[in-house]
Design a protein around this ligand. Structure first.
Ligand SMILES: Cc1ncc(COP(=O)(O)O)c(C=O)c1O
Length: 462
């Protein structure tokens, strides 16, 4: 079977197919029950008003029998698709052995996973790194900054505007959403916030994207070298190599390399948060590889567990002698089911050459969204790498006024037509394409057609 026909067989062929306007009656019943039983703090059931029956490849079936093309992938988690048979088989085999004991004791599944993970590390870390197991994305970021502070003995963390690293009590301070910091109840300490080079809305005066990156680098250099900036001793810079929740923002080409140089100059550890960008999402194993940069510490989660929660940090071996026993300790780390799934994810991506396919199909999708952007006033910017594409909606392409309500409307109308697409961005106005990498060309084309149909209904021509 060719790869394309194999990928066709992974998804529900019917999608998109809406037989009852969502939420249908069965979905409504479950949504209402949920409202009675669960906290109001939930977000996603308000954005996508349905209840899920099952999922295959890059498609989802709701309990009312509607079929959707999935461009969300459980927030960039299901890179090899829902119910991937290779991953499912690995989990089932592990289930027959064991699925929890003391989380550090070695087993075949653990060593196989560690070998797999080491084999795909970026050059510069491959063969020279240690792995520490954690549980969620936020937990990995917590461990990363704890390690950087411990190794450098410098307490301050530099983080970016628009950053998202999770909401645990410590790491939430590096996340840029002030309300999440308030919810966590931790005072803003030890994090100094700097602009992210956001070419479409450069926070500093700049004439083009590279200039925007340089302006940010110059500012960071100034903060670190002027003894009277009052920011304290910075031990870590934590950065998303492509900003995720902040709006799928690709930094200018030379930015990360410049950041690497600044970190080296000032004895600061560079942490790449690859939680969302990693495991093939951008068409390389890690987004840093697009920019030729080796981080000192890397945070890995989401797709690495194939949908079973797990996370890791990977760090330069030379820090290992400084790491004491019980550093970042916990009961639930490296669950064997997640490790089995993780190996299967890596092996599936390798054996199906999915990185190359993601680069090619991602490029094709980017061009298609750019074509649409040329025709309609409401699309201000299109950017991305691989299957990580942001389409920024604005009220008017000339004024760039953010179109947040518009994005909510686009998400709703896509949903009602059977295409699941989520939003992100500083203003919540960016539509993000983060489909499973096994999305078929047919489902990509169909989704793009529906996307344009929705945009056409809401926009005037350029
Ligand atoms: C870049 C990045 N880091 C960290 C996190 C936090 O991960 P988790 O939600 O598993 O805590 C996320 C979640 O979206 C993320 O995108």
């Amino acid at each position: 079977m060719s790869i394309e026909s194999e990928l066709e067989s992974l998804s529900f062929p019917e999608a998109p197919k809406i037989i009852v306007k969502p939420p249908g009656p069965k979905s409504l019943e479950l949504l209402r029950a949920q409202e009675e039983l669960e906290t109001r703090a939930l977000v996603y059931p308000k954005a996508f008003r349905f209840a899920i029956d099952s999922a295959r490849g890059a498609t989802i079936r709701d309990v009312d029998g509607n079929y959707y093309i999935d461009w969300v992938a459980g927030i960039a988690v299901m890179n090899v698709g829902h119910n991937n048979p290779y991953v499912a088989q690995a989990i089932k085999e592990q289930l027959d052995r064991y699925w929890h004991w003391m989380s550090e004791v070695p087993s075949e599944v653990r060593i196989r996973f560690l070998r797999n993970l080491h084999s795909i590390l970026p050059e510069g870390l491959r063969g020279r790194a240690k792995v520490m197991t954690t549980v969620t994305g936020a937990d990995a970021c917590e461990a990363a900054i704890a390690l950087a502070r411990w190794v450098t003995r410098k307490p301050v963390v530099m983080a970016f505007e628009g950053a998202y690293h999770g909401v645990h009590q410590g790491i939430v301070m590096a996340t840029a959403k002030t309300e999440l910091q308030h919810f966590a109840g931790v005072p803003l300490v030890n994090v100094v916030r700097v602009p992210y080079p956001y070419p479409y809305r450069c926070p500093l005066p700049a004439k083009d994207p590279e200039d925007c990156g340089n302006a940010v680098l110059n500012y960071i250099e100034h903060l670190l070298s002027d003894p009277y900036t009052g920011i304290g001793e910075v031990g870590a810079i934590i950065v998303e190599p492509i900003q995720g929740e902040g709006g799928y923002i690709v930094p200018p080409r030379n930015f990360l390399r410049g950041l690497r140089e600044i970190a080296d100059r000032h004895g600061i550890l560079l942490i790449a948060d690859e939680v969302q960008t990693g495991v093939g999402r951008t068409g390389r194993w890690w987004a840093v590889e697009h920019f030729g940069v080796t981080p000192d510490i890397m945070c890995v989660s989401k797709a690495i567990g194939g949908g079973i929660p797990t996370s890791f940090i990977v760090y330069r071996s030379e820090y290992d002698e400084k790491v004491p026993e019980m550093f970042h300790f916990g009961t639930y780390r490296a669950n064997p089911l997640a490790l089995a799934a993780g190996s299967a994810v890596i092996e599936y991506i390798q054996s199906r050459n999915l990185l190359e396919r993601t680069r090619q199909l991602g490029e094709y999708a980017l061009r298609a969204f750019e074509d649409i952007a040329e025709r309609y006033q409401v699309i201000g910017d299109v950017r991305g790498l691989g299957f990580m594409i942001g389409i920024e909606l604005v009220k008017d392409a000339r004024t760039k006024e953010p179109g947040a309500e518009l994005a909510v409307q686009v998400r709703k109308e896509l949903f009602e037509r059977g295409v699941l697409m989520h939003t992100c961005g500083h203003y919540g106005n960016v539509m993000r394409f983060m489909a499973p990498l096994v999305l078929t060309r047919r489902h990509l084309d169909e989704g793009i057609r529906v996307f344009e149909e929705v945009i056409r209904g809401l926009s005037t021509h350029k």
